[in-house]
Design a protein around this ligand. Structure first.
Ligand code: UGB
Length: 587
């Protein structure tokens, strides 16, 4: 190592570690001392970051990488010795008595919860240029996902704390995991919108670091093709959230403040908060340490399957098996057809939507042992069947739902399933890929994400006694979707099904071409018959009663093509825009 610049004692230690771990190639091409010394030192700054942000440090990363790469080369199946079967869990029907009881229990419990949004991913499948949480969840009001999430948490907080009558915590903390790809734009979105009404101190951002890329089966760290004094890095996956909550001290802070639950969720799911209260109620009632939300899953759909795995040695666990692994696992264990739909038209394995509810006490106890390290995997693309060289560098990855893999069998791990229209409408696929989704499977696109919100709100009103007309079928960006009336409300109007039911009276009806936006928390619909557009604004929380017939030209939906670049990207990816022709504005 002749060509090193002058290094600090810490940097010397890092250099020794790299040599011991077989990484001398990082320095081999370096010119003599005095040339590019600052750049050379920058490599050590990068190594220091990679070392401190990984539980166990960089040496441990390299060691694990060698083991996983050897297993991958040998074709070892991570599920060797395990037999899959369908687990049992709590299956809820939206709006029935059991659902309402769980919702009530969940709302009471919510003030003891903390929410964590994982938003470090760029969403490569969607291909959108901005951050996904800034996308409108629906374009009737243009409310972006982040605003909807914050307003939902605030509505939960208000109701839950009111029920507790001043006893215990009064704020629900909200943490967001970002990455270098999303951090600045997330901060900007929050700051330019006054945190959407949340106190800035209530929001905590934790940023995940990328991990080192690997060039070969010996886990030689890849030199960045853009800068020979840097190591190439790539995202490590959403599993980083556990080590970050632990190392930042946030989890301990929550635990010490008497919080009981932590709820994890993903960046684009406009329905999620319809499912949260009841699922939290299930966790509290059943005493689940880990509760995953699930929806019926079509075979081969790109969402993981919740599976019970039984090992030859008797161990069992209930865990997500990722979509690309479920089919091979089933084929290897006596199901020659692999991942197929049963007579119900769905896979027998509930679909994981990565909405997880953990009890903080046992979670913190476990992280104190593991530091938040999650079982990782590696997915190298080999050049040929000798599996000796990669087409491009690879890296270790981890997923947040793999947390239960290290838990003892005594841990109470369950799931709560409900219909997809209640709980899950993510925006993950670009229009071209969505149009290729087999008929009957969900598109998971901006088009379906928005249309499913209208469907969910329409069906919720129907359950509450409103006569809502049937949807019509329309095709946008090559995807056939049900178009329901465009009904949207603020979370503080209809946080739970009971809230919605209590605000609807008499014989109410809404036609298919209608639009209804309710922003006023104290709005009551009394014998409303809506055929057109109705907007109920919030004027300082004053009570508004909407009575009788409302008819006007309303708001119409116009098709746009996703290739039409004269239309803003966030609009054209859904394939339609809304023309606001005429409406009644209340109060
Ligand atoms: N994310 C991060 O915060 N950091 C990262 O490094 C990567 C992602 P994707 P994925 O709900 O349909 C998951 O890419 O990983 C955030 C589950 O694994 O949207 O392909 C990112 O910002 C799968 O079991 O999804 O698949 C986003 O919020 C299934 O449940 C979240 O992590 C599937 O989601 C998910 O990232 C699903």
């Amino acid at each position: 190592l002749k060509n090193l610049p002058l290094l600090s004692p810490e940097q010397v230690e890092l250099a020794k570690m790299l040599l011991e771990m077989g990484q001398s190639h990082l320095f081999e091409h370096w010119p003599e001392p005095g040339v590019d010394d600052d750049e050379k030192r920058e490599l050590f700054n990068q190594v220091a970051r990679l070392n401190s942000s990984y539980p166990g440090g960089l040496a441990s990363y390299i060691k694990t990488a060698r083991e996983l790469l050897a297993d991958s080369k040998a074709g070892k199946n991570p599920y060797d010795g395990f037999t899959p079967s369908v687990p049992s869990g709590e299956i809820l029907t939206f709006g029935d008595d059991t659902f309402v009881q769980y919702e009530d229990a969940g709302v009471k419990e919510a003030r003891k919860a903390a929410f964590v949004l994982v938003a470090g991913g760029l969403g490569e499948r969607l291909g959108y240029n901005g951050i996904k949480v800034a996308l409108p969840s629906e374009t009737t009001t243009g409310t972006c996902f982040l605003q909807h999430y914050i307003e939902s948490i605030l509505a939960l907080q208000e109701t839950s704390c009111r029920l507790a009558q001043g006893d215990g915590p009064t704020e629900i903390p909200f943490a967001i995991m970002t990455s270098d790809d999303t951090h600045l734009r997330t901060v900007e979105l929050l700051e330019s919108n006054a945190y959407f009404g949340m106190k800035p101190t209530q929001v905590k951002l934790v940023k995940q670091e990328k991990v080192a890329c690997l060039d070969d089966n010996d886990a030689r760290l890849a030199v960045d093709p853009r800068n020979k004094y840097r190591i190439q890095t790539k995202p490590h996956g959403h599993g980083d959230v556990h080590s970050l909550l632990y190392s930042s001290g946030v989890l301990k802070e929550w635990h010490d403040a008497g919080r009981r639950w932590v709820l994890f969720f993903q960046d684009t799911n406009g329905l999620l908060f319809k499912a949260i209260p009841s699922a939290l109620g299930v966790s509290a009632t059943k005493g689940y340490h880990v509760n995953s939300l699930a929806v019926p899953r079509k075979a081969k759909e790109a969402i993981g399957g919740i599976t019970k795995l039984t090992h030859q040695d008797g161990r069992t666990m209930v865990i997500n098996v990722e979509y690309n692994q479920l089919d091979p696992l089933l084929r290897a264990s006596g199901h020659p057809d692999g991942d197929v739909n049963s007579e119900t038209g769905y896979s027998p394995f509930p679909g994981n939507i990565n909405q997880l509810i953990f009890e903080i006490g046992p979670y913190l106890e476990e992280l104190t042992k593991t530091g938040g390290a999650i079982k990782e995997f590696v997915n190298p693309k080999y050049k040929d069947s000798t599996k000796t060289a990669f087409k491009s560098s690879t890296r270790l990855e981890c997923m947040m739902q793999d947390y239960p893999k290290t838990l003892p069998p005594s841990a109470r791990v369950g799931f709560t399933a409900m219909d997809a229209w209640v709980a899950y409408a993510p925006v993950k696929n670009n229009p071209e890929d969505a149009a290729k989704v087999p008929k009957g499977n969900p598109y998971h696109s901006a088009t379906s994400g928005e249309m499913t919100i209208y469907k969910a709100n329409s069906l919720t009103l129907r359950k509450a006694g409103v006569k809502v007309d049937d949807p019509v079928l329309q095709v946008f960006n090559g995807q056939e979707v049900e178009v329901w009336p465009r009904i949207v409300w603020k979370p503080k109007w209809g946080l739970t099904f009971s809230d919605v039911r209590s605000k609807v009276r008499g014989n109410c009806s809404v036609t298919q071409r209608s639009t209804m936006v309710i922003k006023a928390p104290n709005c009551h619909l009394v014998d409303l018959s809506l055929d057109g557009a109705l907007i109920v604004d919030d004027v300082d929380g004053t009570e508004v009663k909407v009575v009788g017939p409302v008819q006007n030209k309303g708001w119409t939906i116009e098709s746009v093509d996703y290739t039409d670049t004269s239309v803003p990207e966030e609009v054209r990816i859904r394939g339609f825009k809304i023309n606001k022709i005429e409406q009644l504005l209340k109060p």
